[in-house]
Design a protein around this ligand. Structure first.
Ligand code: NAD
Length: 477
């Protein structure tokens, strides 16, 4: 919860030297067998256990993240991701046969996943272990080197990340460069083979522009406003319970957090009552005294959230139906519920990324669909409903990075599902096999098994026979 460093000194020489070492080591990494890759991923998994307490301490110092929450949303996620890779790398690496079209008779085709090479991973602060080691597992599974730039907003955890990586990897394979925007900018000037960026859409655009200078591919894991819909057929109590946990975990500083809720007018009163009761029963009347409530990462972000609350207080104070308190000095913002805010308020326009939640009553699901479709494509969407018609409508008539039906943010932990946004919420996918593919080039390999092929029939010089065969190809193959 310290304020951010400025005028940072960028270690230009160290960046150049580490990248040079990793470039030299790239051919050796490309040749790593499945066994070699598994051995490296096991080191990451072991480190999660070995450093468990240090990670908990660092994150408590950074933003009072409760230790159990660190276990479940940081360490456990990496153990899961590592286990999936360890069990499946062999299968993922195996060249995949593709069918041979009739005009290619005599040949066979395969896809080989080839490591992209030298990777840059830029991470945000909100899950400073999860969003560093998660992509790293996938990068190593695919046989790459990596330079990691953790966030400057969580100094204790980012320093520890460097210590862990130094402990378990040689620098020519994986290295950490800590720093802020200037360091990130210097790294982005360099040529990498792929950049995996997790952060805001605003910085995502900067990353993509920098990558374009080298024609480097990117995975952008971004954010945005993720809607939640509760229709009249939903189990309201269950929805209230799940959303309370999903919204206030990490104090709402979660990319897939419930950003705002649409609730059917006929169920609004019951839902709001249950939701508020749940908040009080989990965090007490004053969440600042709760050991389960994470703080805002720094005063800058606490101030931003306070200004969102102040705007509502100023223009429509009576719409704050729960909370609305803050203490910027101590990076505290209370769980805050706003009922039916006007759409021009900043809480309805910006990604909230904190413990504030607007609830809007609706009458017709089509109005909700049209509202959502007018905005940017969200990273996640949550639907609480027991109506197959509503489920089908939301699934088929809206776009989102992912859709959760009758559940909160737990889809992040299913490594069999692709994770990532679309358009303003990101591009490319992470987790499990999808993460492996993000860091791999799919090389198409064709092999001829005969001394001739059908295509020889239309090779130059072009004769009447070539024309005859061209006609046959166009008509029949
Ligand atoms: P951010 O974009 O401000 O920073 C992310 C990283 O980029 C940091 O390491 C930072 O040092 C670097 N950076 C910041 N400004 C830069 C610049 N001008 N040039 C180069 N690098 C720069 O994001 P944040 O505040 O750390 O995290 C919050 C955002 O991240 C939210 O929008 C959230 O939704 C998103 N997020 C997305 C995911 C996901 O998986 N999709 C996960 C977590 C957070």
């Amino acid at each position: 919860m310290e304020d951010i460093q400025t005028n940072e000194k960028v270690d230009v020489e160290r960046i150049a030297s580490l990248l040079h070492q990793q470039r030299m080591h790239k051919p050796a990494m490309l040749r790593l067998s499945a066994k070699d890759r598994i051995e490296r991923i096991k080191r990451i998994k072991k480190a999660m256990f070995d450093y468990r307490e240090e990670i908990q301490d660092a994150m408590y110092k950074d933003f009072k993240k409760p230790p159990v929450e660190v276990d479940m949303t940081e360490i456990y996620v990496i153990i899961n991701e590592a286990n999936d890779a360890i069990s499946n790398i062999k299968k993922w690496m195996r060249p995949q046969r593709v069918p041979t079209p009739i005009n290619m008779l005599g040949t066979s085709g395969k896809i080989k996943y080839e490591a992209k090479g030298n990777i840059l991973i830029i991470a945000p602060w909100n899950f400073p272990i999860n969003l560093v080691f998660g992509p790293l597992v996938s990068a190593i599974a695919a046989g790459n080197t990596a330079i990691i730039k953790p966030s400057e907003f969580t100094p204790h955890t980012s320093t520890l990340v460097e210590k862990i990586i130094d402990d378990i990897f040689n620098k020519n394979e994986v290295a950490v460069i800590n720093g802020g925007v200037e360091t990130s900018t210097e790294l982005l000037k360099k040529r990498f083979d792929h950049i995996f960026f997790t952060g805001s859409p605003k910085v995502g655009k900067i990353v993509m522009k920098a990558a374009a200078a080298h024609l480097t591919s990117v995975t952008l894991e971004l954010g945005g406003k993720s809607p939640t819909i509760i229709d009249k057929s939903a189990n309201i109590k269950q929805a209230a319970k799940k959303i309370t946990v999903g919204k206030f975990i990490n104090s709402g500083q979660v990319c897939i957090s419930h950003d705002y809720i649409f609730v059917h007018r006929s169920k609004s009163e019951v839902f709001v009552k249950a939701f508020k009761e749940n908040i009080t029963s989990i965090y007490g009347k004053d969440a600042s005294t709760s050991d389960s409530y994470t703080r805002i990462v720094n005063r800058g972000n606490a101030k931003r959230l306070a200004s969102l609350i102040d705007e509502v207080k100023e223009k429509a104070g009576d719409k704050i139906t729960y909370g609305g308190d803050y203490d910027i000095e101590n990076c505290y913002v209370s769980p805050t519920v706003i009922l039916n805010p006007d759409n021009d308020l900043r809480v309805m326009q910006e990604e909230i990324f904190g413990p504030i939640i607007p609830i809007i009553e609706y009458d017709d699901i089509d109005e909700v669909i049209s509202y959502i479709n007018k905005g940017e494509i969200p990273l996640a969407m949550y639907l609480f409903s027991n109506s197959s018609t509503t489920i089908q409508k939301i699934r088929d008539y809206t776009n989102s990075g992912s859709l959760n039906i009758n559940e909160t943010i737990i889809h992040f932990n299913n490594s069999k599902l692709p994770f990532g946004g679309n358009s303003n919420s990101g591009m490319g996918k992470a987790h499990g096999y999808f993460g492996f593919k993000a860091f791999s080039h799919e090389k198409g390999i064709l092999q001829q098994h005969l001394p001739f092929s059908a295509i020889d029939l239309v090779m130059p010089p072009y004769t009447k026979a070539s024309k005859f065969w061209a006609d046959i190809f166009l008509k029949y193959f």
